[in-house]
Design a protein around this ligand. Structure first.
Ligand SMILES: Cc1ncc(COP(=O)(O)O)c(C=O)c1O
Length: 394
């Protein structure tokens, strides 16, 4: 069992403990999240986020709220944060915000950038970082590459030789296209060429794709609850490096609800800056425990297997995958509908059969759809979706 896991075992909640007990035999065989039970079979929800939330996690959320400065909440907060550190692969604090990922994208920008920022842009969510820095009147540059491609570390090297930046922002898994940027290399180049802080949107990668926050020298790694963590929407989490903490203290205007220094201060007191979504926290505590019981590496491997099966299925049917083959995300695959078929119609036909997938994003909407194979989805669930697609494609 993963070290530290007993510390966050939610045994205080008998309903969850029973559920977990019942599923443990299956977990031993299949490395399942022990919170998965028969009530979840089969999963038919394959959005690129929000993702399917296990019945056991939804049950955990039914506990009544308590005061957020109480010992009870503090215990849950500390157990969830300790588990999140293992998921983020960091010895540094992982703070929690009540809000969506965009709140922490904005917080990361305003807390780390006093002057100039460089945005690496290869899709809609990477563009959002740029929109945020513009909204705050910050001086920003962008490296823009076409949708479907990853950002080339050499382009970043050149840009960092030309200009000085407080921070570089990027999206690890660009959910709008299904591209996974080469995060370790991009971080290495950024560190070699500059002292810019590395701000990473890991919204659709964390807990689904390998991320080594400390080993790769990442400064702010942020995610939301509703993607590969498979929690309900409403919470966002960020790991913050020691170097970032030091530098943020010098940034003059960090806002209030967006001030990551404030989040760190409150985190060290065992809580959140303001009243959090307490009941979502009960869910988070349970699910973090479930994720670590599966094992983070096992979880990464499961996502890679799901991606492999999805790609093989599409290739067998001659379907095009618009994301660069060398840089595909293990959590979401964009697939082009066969020539002459409308992708939105396929999405609707799947919905009529009880399966939910995402439509394509932006300009790709009429011609593509996206399968979110992330969170708690198992290969057996995916087979159900692919069989339904096969029926529609004949
Ligand atoms: C990569 C990425 N970043 C940011 C966001 C924005 O997340 P939120 O809607 O939680 O603010 C999303 C949402 O899909 C995303 O996929």
């Amino acid at each position: 069992m993963t070290p530290g896991i007993s510390a966050i075992d939610p045994v205080r909640d008998p309903a969850i403990a029973n559920l977990a007990q019942g599923a443990r035999g299956a977990a031993a065989e299949h490395a399942l999240n022990p919170l998965r039970s028969a009530a979840d079979d089969p999963i038919r929800f394959f959005l690129a986020g929000p993702t399917y939330v296990l019945h056991g996690v939804r049950e955990a959320q039914r506990r009544p709220p308590v005061a957020h400065r109480s010992a009870e909440f503090r215990g849950a907060y500390e157990r969830a944060s300790a588990g999140l550190q293992q998921i983020f692969r960091t010895a540094r604090p992982v703070i929690t915000a009540t809000g969506s990922a965009t709140l922490l994208m904005e917080a990361a920008v305003v807390s780390t950038v006093g002057d100039r920022v460089l945005h690496l842009v290869n899709g809609a969510f990477a563009q959002r970082f740029h929109a945020i820095s513009r909204a705050h009147g910050l001086d920003s540059d962008q490296i823009v590459v076409p949708m479907g491609q990853a950002v080339d570390p050499d382009l970043v090297r050149q840009a960092l030789r030309r200009g000085r930046y407080d921070a570089v922002t990027l999206v690890h898994s660009e959910t709008s296209t299904g591209v996974l940027n080469p995060l370790a290399e991009l971080a290495r180049v950024t560190r070699e060429e500059s002292d810019a802080l590395i701000v990473v949107d890991a919204v659709s990668s964390l807990a689904g794709a390998p991320i080594e926050t400390d080993a790769w020298g990442l400064d702010v790694v942020l995610t939301a609850s509703q993607k590969a963590l498979a929690l309900p929407p409403g919470l966002a989490f960020a790991a913050i490096s020691e170097r970032a903490e030091r530098r943020m203290a010098e940034v003059p205007r960090r806002g209030f609800y967006t001030d990551l220094v404030r989040y760190l201060d409150k985190h060290r007191e065992g809580g959140t800056i303001t009243t959090p979504a307490v009941t979502l926290f009960w869910a988070a505590e349970a699910q973090v425990w479930g994720i670590l019981a599966e094992g983070i590496e096992a979880r990464w491997a499961r996502h890679t297997a799901l991606q492999g099966r999805t790609i093989a299925w599409a290739a067998d049917r001659g379907l095009q995958l618009p994301a660069d083959a060398a840089h595909r995300s293990p959590t979401v695959t964009t697939i082009a509908a066969p020539p002459g078929r409308s992708a939105p119609d396929l999405v609707k036909a799947l919905a009529a059969r009880g399966f939910t997938v995402s439509s394509g994003y932006g300009d790709w909407k009429p011609t593509t759809f996206r399968i979110g194979h992330m969170g708690e989805v198992q290969t057996s669930d995916l087979e159900g979706l692919l069989a339904a697609l096969d029926e529609l494609l004949v």
